[in-house]
Design a protein around this ligand. Sequence first.
Ligand code: EPZ
Length: 416
Amino acid sequence: MQKLAIQGGRPLRGEVRISGAKNAALPIMCASLLTADTLHLTNLPDLHDVGTMRKLLQQMGVTVETAAGEITFKGDKIDKWEAPYDMVKTMRAAILVLGPLVARFGDAKVSLPGGCAIGSRPVDLHIKGLQAMGAEIAIEHGYIHAKAKRLKGARIFFDIVSVTGTENLMMAAVLADGVTVLENAAREPEVIDLANCLRSMGAKISGDGTDNITIIGVESLRGATHHIMPDRIESGTFLVAAAATGGSITLRETRADILETVLEKLTEAGAKIVVDGDTIHLEMNGRPKSVNVRTAPHPAFPTDMQAQFMALNCIADGSAMVVETIFENRFMHVQELRRLGAQIDVEGNTSVVRGVAKLEGATVMATDLRASACLVIAGLVAEGETVIDRIYHLDRGYEHIESKLGQLGASIRRVK
Ligand code: EPZ
């Protein structure tokens, strides 16, 4: 089991390049199932989940050629319309092969994702949407079996906003017979990036980025080349780390328009932020001020940044409320932060964080991807050494995080 050892107390300074977005790359890789042509993706992040998705597509028969940050897919020899449990259990996003498989081949067998640390995360909305489009669905032995001669356009209302639910059904609809309207759809920037890629393949999609998306089915899709958008959560994580350590950093190859609520909260905490094209510069002089945070679907404050802001509030001046409205169990970082000396009370989906002057290094355990990022930030500010165990969670979503933080002056090393 690998660990990260961090010597805290050093402000982050310097420049870092932001990688392609994990949560855009994963659905867009599944779009390779929708065409027999070549889909060429660039700016792919070097992440464990991207590797898992590549292997899943390969074992279905997609031919794959990889280069640094690039993958070329060709879906002309797909002969297995299945996502087995052993792959889905390590990466829930594998559910995103369901829509494309039913759309192109009329048949799919995808393992139900198991539970997850941050919540039960059902996929009932994905299934309901496919049924509305005419798919016959059976759930047997932990697998979703979906069959359809040809999916039909339908009007689908999401009673809960679901990011991958929206993405799965958008991909199902692009080859359906007729028009599909997704109502109460997710508005996340990664949904727009998927729609941009699908449009470049010949799909007819409008309204992405709003809560009402219309897809007019076409007979087939062609290949394309697509550059994955920057990762807004990696961007936000580095900015929070710089704010927490009283540093001064510049992010390159990112975008500010996809991070508005995060930038607003950092400004409220006292950071000075300058945006210039695809760079964001943040300067934090002195101790951050506490900021209240309430997560909700985009464009509101992202749940994937909740744990990072909790770490910032732990050492901020004042008290703050952190409310998690998306997942039912996304406070597992609280126990670990308490081990570093944080003062946090939790009541249901609300945490109250009372800022303390300093945290003290300790051994802590990562429980999920963003909780790991929170503990890295806490370790960067804690006095002495913090050792974070189970950092395989971190490697799923952050490309080469210790070398990027090392470039910014952090004292951080991976230990066996
Ligand atoms: C996506 O997960 C992201 N993952 C998550 O990022 C992110 O936290 C989440 O959206 C919310 O923004 C990817 O894009 C690969 P949801 P997703 O469906 O799509 C409930 C990270 O750290 N729901 O938007 O699985 C669900 O339980 C990960 O990178 C249903 O009830 O999340 C949750 O409470 C973590 N039924 C809420 O909706 C369904 O069929 C939002 O979930 C689907 C979802």
